[in-house]
Design a protein around this ligand. Structure first.
Ligand code: PEP
Ligand code: MG
Length: 594
């Protein structure tokens, strides 16, 4: 590698958020995109019309540029994502953006740039206090649109990714989805940004493109000059500046291993998820946004094991009506057919904050009005959702499940509401699946403890380990100070899982898992031993889990589980499991160093 041009110590490690896996080794390219400077300027009455006109012209130019981006996208893996550009086009027509900006120009007599800047800040204030990562990320869509219009207003030309003509790792403050859609993979081998999170549109696009990305590195553009050797690892979020010979060799090997594994894993796409002795496990996907369907299909998903319906309720002032919900569910159902889609009723509250839904301030929101408790309180909202889910079931295989159930009485109330919704639809002559499978999420200790009773009233269980672990161990899943206590392998968690699976088996109902544990290959054998017949995960986890399943007999899982259930601490369980997995799959798991 060429040596660093400026004085950056060898092997300087920076850590951000790995948002698209893969390793890139190359030269940095610093994308200079100073934010357009906004200088407020008072204007007189005669200038008002002209300022409004130039604002409208800038809007129109922005629209034309975005249409141009859309026209330029031919890559099949990206076509699905073009709706992001449509969202940006919609923001350009947003009444609040256009009307408020014009009003500020007219009433306050200031230039269009300053007026627009003020409107964008208003949007920002609404979004900035939001804890939910997905929603907060929507603010970046508004910012990126604002920046484009400001640029067009000031007549500045921005450095474009299309001008890059050599293989580089791009370092930028931020990349808009429009930028990302224009990435030429033969030139841009990876990118690093100061801002952004795992669920930003830019990150989702990077994953679809297969371009490694590290986001949220905060000061990258301040620290990393252009033209120096860098290594980035989008799997764990590291960026290494000016790597030493040793680091370079180490990462070159990691990169080759990663690429080899990815190629090999792809060959599992068409294969069945079945153990050597014929035990079949269905591998499905968790979907938060319809745009994730393509990725799920590309990984060989056998359906959607968890469709989180929260996204439908976000970024709006009124809840979606039945028609809109039906359309969204049908899109997923039709594209997944003949595979089933499991739709979960709204699960707001706790850490899932939806500002449009007025949740009162609670001392302890994780234990407050969340999930099914909220839905049962909002009778009409629940009825509309149940009707939409039922109607979708008339068009393809749909399953319905309720989140955060704690008892049989609560479940019965849900089932009564479901019966009422069915009766309405019957009377109105709408088609639906009369025997739509109904399940409960097992994600509270109470649900786990009474699993035998719940099993008598539903068709399936879906274990939500993200919450089950938090409630079992009394560890807030979002609190980084106690993250070390969040232990999926705690004996209490394993016992709870055993109890639930036993109850399901004794009552002859299916049990699936849709928490993060389902997609982590370290746990695959435990889940096989437990007899969980469906695992629903982030789609990119499917090939690895499938590979493990295909290389063992079911008894390997049962043996490991029995061994682990005897151990008293999470640490001992983890050590034993890691050792066993490294022995069985040396290419996937490193031998632990303890
Ligand atoms: C869970 O709790 O494991 C789960 C899948 O639901 P969510 O992460 O949406 O709470
Ligand atoms: Mg949950």
């Amino acid at each position: 590698m060429v040596s660093a041009k400026i004085d950056i110590p060898q092997d300087t490690f920076l850590v951000g958020i790995g948002s698209s896996p893969g390793i890139a080794i190359g030269e940095s390219f610093l994308l200079h995109r100073d934010r357009t400077a906004v200088v407020p300027r008072a204007i007189d009455a005669q200038e008002v019309a002209e300022e409004v006109e130039s604002f409208k012209r800038a809007l129109q130019m922005s629209q034309e540029q975005l249409h141009e981006v859309k026209r330029g996208v031919s890559d099949k893996s990206l076509v699905d994502h073009l709706y992001i550009i449509d969202t940006h086009l919609m923001i350009l027509e947003d009444e609040m953006l256009v009307r408020d900006t014009i009003e500020i120009i007219e009433k306050e007599r200031i230039n269009a740039e300053a007026a627009l800047h003020r409107t964008i800040n208003k949007f920002k204030n609404v979004f900035s206090g939001i804890e939910d990562e997905y929603l907060r990320e929507r603010l970046s869509d508004i910012e990126s649109i604002g920046e484009r219009v400001l640029c067009n207003l000031s007549g500045e030309t921005r450095q474009s990714l299309a001008d890059i003509d050599q293989k580089v790792v791009v370092i930028a403050h931020d990349l808009s989805p429009a930028d990302t859609l224009q990435i030429d993979r033969s030139k841009i081998i990876g990118f690093v940004t100061d801002v952004g999170g795992r669920t930003s549109h830019t990150s989702i696009l990077a994953r679809s493109l297969g371009v490694p990305a590290v986001v949220g590195l905060e000061t990258a553009t301040g620290l990393v000059p252009g033209g120096i050797p860098v290594i980035m690892d989008g799997t764990n979020g590291t960026l290494i500046l000016n790597p030493s010979e040793m680091t370079f060799r180490e990462y070159l090997r990691k990169k080759q291993d990663y690429e080899y594994q990815e190629k090999e894993l792809l060959s599992y796409k068409e294969l069945t998820a079945i153990t050597r002795d014929g035990y079949r496990v269905s591998l499905q996907s968790n979907i938060e946004l319809p745009m994730e369907i393509s990725l799920a299909l590309s990984q060989g998903t056998e359906g959607v094991g968890l469709m989180r319906s929260e996204f439908l309720f976000m970024g709006r002032t009124e809840p979606p009506d039945e028609g809109e919900q039906l359309e969204a569910y049908l899109e997923v159902v039709q594209r997944m057919a003949p595979h089933p889609v499991t739709i979960r009723t709204l699960d707001v509250g706790g850490d899932k904050f939806v500002p449009e839904i007025n949740l009162s301030d609670e001392m302890n929101p994780a234990m407050g009005l969340r999930g099914i408790r909220f839905s049962l309180n909002e009778k009409e909202m629940l009825n509309v959702q149940l009707r939409a889910i039922l109607r979708a079931s008339g068009k393809g295989p749909v399953r319905l499940m309720f989140p955060m159930i704690t008892g049989v009485a609560e479940l019965r109330e849900c089932l009564e509401r479901l019966d009422a919704a069915k009766a309405e639809l019957r009377q109105e002559g709408h088609a639906f699946d009369e025997s739509i499978p109904v399940g409960v999420m097992i994600e509270t200790p109470s649900a786990a403890l009474i699993a035998d009773q719940l099993a008598k009233e539903v068709d399936f269980f879906s274990i939500g380990t993200n919450d089950l672990i938090q409630y079992c161990l009394a560890v807030d899943r979002a609190n980084e100070h106690i993250a070390y206590l969040y232990e999926p392998l705690h004996p209490a968690v394993l016992r709870a899982l055993t109890l639930v699976c036993k109850a399901a088996e004794e009552n002859g109902i299916a049990v699936s898992m849709c928490g993060e544990m389902a997609g982590d290959p370290l746990y695959t054998l435990i889940l096989l031993g437990l007899g969980i017949s469906e695992l629903s995960m982030n789609p990119s986890g499917i090939p690895r889990v499938k590979r493990i399943l295909r290389q063992v007999d079911r008894s390997a899982g049962q043996d490991i589980l029995a061994e682990l259930l005897d151990l008293p601490t999470a640490k001992e369980i983890a050590q034993r499991l890691e050792k066993r997995m490294a022995a069985l799959f040396p290419d996937l798991f490193a031998e632990p160093s303890f």
